[in-house]
Design a binder for this molecule. Structure first.
Ligand code: ATP
Length: 287
């Protein structure tokens, strides 16, 4: 099955791509993590949906410039990622929330975010203001003087988002941002991510169909290192079982059904590494 045959029609997108990968292959010794992946990322929020080991984190690492593909190209903000100077310039315009991130536990929340501002080349004169604004965005202003080591899991994720947006990134990369949050926190986070999608192109890796339905405009389904579906959420939901001519509704269960239809269409490729956490397996409970 070719990628194109399972990919929604191109050419209907009004906004230019903020980031793109073309024919990207990444290997870790004998494992092919990405196998000729081509994908574009536009303003708004795009989900990377796929089972464990599908290659989502590896794709994010290309977009963050942490890694270069063995084959293929990556373009960010309209230009191919090339030499060191260009990578440095691009990094200043990208924000990243990794699945887990390191921090010095005695840093206050403010110090943690200010440090990220320094790393992302925010000019010294703007760092304090940008830090304040990032903390306001994630509603952590009141906790700015608390130590990182004292934060709850939800507050830690918020601090992680604050450090990712402190440089007002044009491209914001979130790797499973709602993992470990309780249902109420997850709902709050969805609203925050949706809001961020109005300021930046947000790319969010997730297993959770409910999060995708609530937050994202577009989705790339990755299975076994390949993009097997690209399109709007309505397109994905329409892949699910037809319901006697009813209009397609974008809901968590509908995203789950559309996703499973893509997985089934590609035989066992999506199930090779898929386990309990993958979209369509119990994700309906995560609302
Ligand atoms: N540092 C590494 N060394 C060796 N293999 C790796 C490494 N990182 C990832 N892989 C392998 O590459 C493949 C893709 O991994 P990746 O972490 O990108 O998937 P993922 O979709 O993000 O998975 P998950 O949903 O579990 O986070 C997997 O087979 C994984 O085992």
């Amino acid at each position: 099955m070719s990628v194109e045959s399972d990919t929604a029609a191109a050419g209907t997108e009004p906004a230019a791509a903020v980031a793109a990968v073309e024919g990207a292959t990444v290997r870790y010794k004998t494992v092919v993590a990405l196998d000729g992946v081509s994908a574009e990322f536009r303003p708004g929020t795009t989900a990377l949906l796929g089972p464990n080991g599908a290659g989502k984190t590896t794709l994010l690492s290309l977009l963050s410039t942490a890694r270069r593909p063995h084959e293929g190209t990556v373009s960010l903000l309209g230009e191919p990622v090339g030499g060191r100077a260009r990578v440095r310039a691009v990094r200043a315009r990208v924000g990243v929330l990794p699945q887990s991130f390191g921090y010095y536990p005695r840093f206050t929340v403010r110090e943690f975010v200010e440090y990220a501002a320094w790393l992302r080349k925010v000019p010294r004169a703007r760092r304090a203001d940008r830090t304040r604004e990032a903390l306001r965005l994630v509603e952590l202003e009141k906790h700015a003087d608390r130590r990182m080591g004292e934060l709850s899991g939800g507050m830690l994720r918020r601090a992680g988002i604050a450090q990712a947006v402190v440089n007002e990134p044009a491209l914001l990369l979130l790797d499973e941002p709602t993992v470990g949050l309780d249902p109420a926190q997850r709902v709050g986070f969805r609203a925050l991510i949706k809001d961020l999608g109005e300021r930046s192109a947000v790319v969010m890796s997730t297993h959770l169909a409910e999060d995708v339905a609530h937050v994202c405009d577009r989705v790339h389904v990755l299975l076994d290192g390949r993009v097997r579906f690209t399109g709007s959420l309505t397109d994905l939901c329409a892949r699910g079982p037809a319901r006697s001519g009813k209009p397609v509704e974008v809901t968590g269960p509908a995203v789950e059904s559309g996703y499973l239809a893509v997985v089934e269409r590609h035989g066992d490729q999506g199930g090779r590494t898929g386990q309990g956490g993958h979209a369509g397996r119990g994700s309906g409970a995560a609302s």
